[in-house]
Design a protein around this ligand. Structure first.
Ligand code: UDP
Ligand code: MG
Length: 314
């Protein structure tokens, strides 16, 4: 069975050759039939030249897809999956934080049980601050409550999949791709193996807190319609509360002769309701903007150059 490694690369000039050499040495004697599909996601450094050199040294093992600009990791992975030829496909980062040795473990796990369609790695010990871990765990609790599919905290897109699952993932050609949700949505029998993320030795992570927050919001919007229904609930609750408040004011006035000081209350209510309305409009906007982009039906990625003998799988 042929194995394809799909490797998204964005400004990884100091990592791609190390990655390639590491794979060759780890796979020696363990895996023979494999290819590496590098996707250069619009790097602005020397990544393309490094990848071309790797391809020229091992054209039978390597494909290099160069996208016309930076489309983001999700799009780069989609491009790689579209061109991967393997019966088994593994998505893995170029920075060696996800070590190729784990792929061997994944292959072993998959070989042990024919009913397994996907072996996904999840991070056992996260190398991040306690605050970040707590925020992430709250996010997963929340999204699992409101989303249609299950999200596993710590699981990434570092996973080995059988061809039928890869084809299912490819058939989901949505523009806004949230792969954790997509992998869950397509189903299939997935088992999780623990792994420890290595430190990034060269280059920089492309994640900032702002990007993570946007990613989290995208995840919620892509796999849950709960926020859309929020307006109905909040609207009903505030209307109900205002009727109660009105009754209390009337009783105070009629039976106790107390005048309710109005100005401050009105200001607070107007601000609260105005804020809620804008918030709900904003939520609607999030969904509409996604519909807007989706109906344009733009391609997920644009290919500039393809080094490799293989043709795109359709
Ligand atoms: N990546 C990509 N396009 C992007 C951002 C990242 O192809 O726009 C690649 C990157 O080169 C790496 C992988 O995605 O191989 C994971 O990125 P990174 O290491 O920055 O993420 P982290 O490991 O910090 O989650
Ligand atoms: Mg990384």
């Amino acid at each position: 069975m042929k194995l394809s490694l799909v490797v998204p690369c964005f400004n990884e000039e100091s990592n791609v050759l190390r990655f390639f050499n590491e794979v060759v040495s780890v796979f020696k004697g363990a895996v023979s039939d494999y290819e590496i599909v590098f996707v250069n996601d619009g790097s602005t450094d020397n990544t393309q030249n490094e990848l071309s050199a790797i391809y020229n040294n091992a054209p039978e093992r390597v494909q290099v897809l160069s996208l016309s600009r930076n489309f983001g990791k999700e799009a780069a992975v989609y491009a790689g999956l579209s061109y991967a030829q393997g019966d088994l496909v593994c998505i893995i980062d170029a920075d060696l934080q996800q070590h190729p040795e784990v792929v061997i473990d994944m292959l072993r796990t998959m070989a042990a049980d024919d009913s397994i369609d996907c072996v996904a790695a999840y991070q056992e010990n996260r190398k991040e601050s306690k605050v970040m871990s707590a925020v992430k765990s709250c996010f997963y609790k929340f999204i699992n409550k409101i989303a249609d599919v299950d999200f596993v905290n710590g699981a990434s897109d570092f996973r080995l999949m059988k061809r039928k699952m890869v084809d299912a993932v490819l058939s989901m050609s949505e523009y806004h791709r949230f792969s954790k949700g997509i992998f869950s949505w397509v189903g299939f029998n997935t088992v999780y193996v623990p792994y420890t993320v290595k430190e990034r030795e060269f280059g920089e992570t492309k994640w900032s807190f702002g990007k993570l927050l946007k990613y989290a919001i995208d995840g919620i919007i892509s796999f849950s319609t709960f926020p859309l229904k929020l307006a109905t609930g909040v609207g009903l609750a505030t209307s109900f509360a205002s009727v109660i408040y009105l009754i209390v004011v009337i009783i105070q006035k009629l039976f106790f002769g107390i005048d309710v000081p109005g100005y401050a209350t009105i200001v607070v209510l107007v601000l609260f309701l105005g804020g809620m309305q804008l918030f709900c409009l904003g939520l609607l906007g999030e969904y509409i903007s996604k519909i807007y982009v989706q109906v344009k039906n733009r391609p997920i990625f644009v290919l500039k150059e393809h080094l490799g003998k293989n043709v795109k799988k359709d």
